[in-house]
Design a protein around this ligand. Sequence first.
Ligand SMILES: NC(=O)c1ccc[n+]([C@@H]2O[C@H](COP(=O)([O-])OP(=O)(O)OC[C@H]3O[C@@H](n4cnc5c(N)ncnc54)[C@H](OP(=O)(O)O)[C@@H]3O)[C@@H](O)[C@H]2O)c1
Length: 370
Amino acid sequence: MSSSETKYSTIVVTGASGLVGSAIKELIATEPLDSRFGRKRGERWVFLRSGDGDLKDPAQTDAIFEKYKPVAVIHLAALVGGLFNNMRHNLTFLRDNILINDNVLWSAYKHDTKKVISCLSTCVFPDKVEYPLTEEKIHLGPPHSSNFGYSHAKRMVDVQNRAYKDEFGCNFTSAIPTNVFGRYDNFDLEDSHVIPGLIHKCYLAKKNGTPFVVSGTGKPLRQFIHSLDLARLFIWMLREYDDVEPLILSVGEDEEISIKEVADAIVREVGFTGEYKFDTTKSDGQFRKPASNKKIMSLIGDFKFTPFDEALKDTVKWFTENYDIARTGFESSAAAKGGRAQPKEPEDTPPSSPRASFSAALNGTAQKVL
Ligand SMILES: NC(=O)c1ccc[n+]([C@@H]2O[C@H](COP(=O)([O-])OP(=O)(O)OC[C@H]3O[C@@H](n4cnc5c(N)ncnc54)[C@H](OP(=O)(O)O)[C@@H]3O)[C@@H](O)[C@H]2O)c1
C-alpha cells in the first residue's frame, strides 16, 4: 500500500462537537489531501454529536454503526463534568460512561469495525502513585475519590479493550491525553478547565474594569497540550498504532508550567492592565501530576508540539473573536445567533445533526473533567 492510500474507508468520530473532536474535524478540513495529518484519498470522515444518536442507548448506537459502517472509530464521546458536578453525581458519571463505552465497543465488534481508539484521561491513574505517570500504572490503586465514578468508567475501557482482544482478537486501544486546550473549548466560568475558565474571567475583567482573580496560589504545575497537536496524535494513532496498550498523549515532563505562568500569559494575550491577584483561600488541588510522553515520542518519530505561548495566543484570539457563539455557559445567546461555534465541515462528510437536549441532563451544566 502506498503512503497516500488509506487503510480505513469510513472513519467515525464520536463526540466530535467537543474540544478534541472539533480539532480533528478542523485538521481533516484544512490539511492538504494525503498529507501526514490530512485526509487520505478514499477516506470518508463522519463527525458525530449527541444529536446523531444517544450512545447510552444500545439501539441508537447500533443504528449509527448500521448507517455508517465505520471501518475505524475515534471514540471521544463521554459525559464529562467539572469537579463539583462529578462530586455530586458520581453514579451518573459512572453509569452513563459505562453505557456509552460498552455500547460503542459492542457495536464496533458486531459490525466488524477494524479499529477503535477510545479516549481516556489522566484521572484514570491512581491517586497515590509514583510520578511520572506511565502507561502501565493505570490499575495500581484507586483513583482520586472526588470523581471516582467517571475515572472507573474510563479505566474500564482499558479492561474492555484487553478482553475484546483476548476473546475476539479486536484491534481496540486507548489514548490518555493530559490537559487539553484550544479553540471550541468550553469557556464556562463555573465549571470549565483552568485555561478556558481563566481566559473568560480575564476577558470579562478587562471588559467590566474589574480585578482578575485567579483561584489558589498559582504554584501548581501542569502539562498542557494544544487540541490541534492532540488531534495530530490521534490521526497518527489511527494510521500507525495497532496495540491494545494505552498511549499517553502529552507534551514532555520538562514542559510543565505553573498556573501563575498560565495566568501571566493570559493577561498578556487578553491585554488586561487592571488589578490581577491570586485568591489563596481557594484550594490548589494536586501540586503536580507529571505524565511521561516517552512512549509516544519513541514511536512517532519527528513531531513538534506547538509552543505554549503560540497555542494560547491562538486560543485567546479565537475566543475573543467568537465570544457570542463560544461555549460560555450562556448558550441561549449562541442559539439566538444560529448555534454554537463549530469548524467548517470537511468535504465529503455528512453534516452533523444539531446538539440534542440530553446534555442538559445535569441541570444544563454538562461539562468536562480531566
Ligand atoms: N478536555 C480535556 O482537557 C480532556 C482531557 C483528557 C481527556 N479528555 C477526553 O477527551 C474526550 C473529548 O473531550 P472534550 O473535552 O472534547 O469533550 P466535550 O467538549 O465535553 O465534548 C463531549 C462530546 O461528547 C458528546 N456526547 C456526550 N454524551 C453523549 C451521548 N450520550 N451520546 C452521544 N454523544 C455524546 C457531546 O455531544 P454534544 O456536543 O452534542 O453534547 C460532545 O460531542 C472525552 O472522552 C474526555 O474524557 C478531555
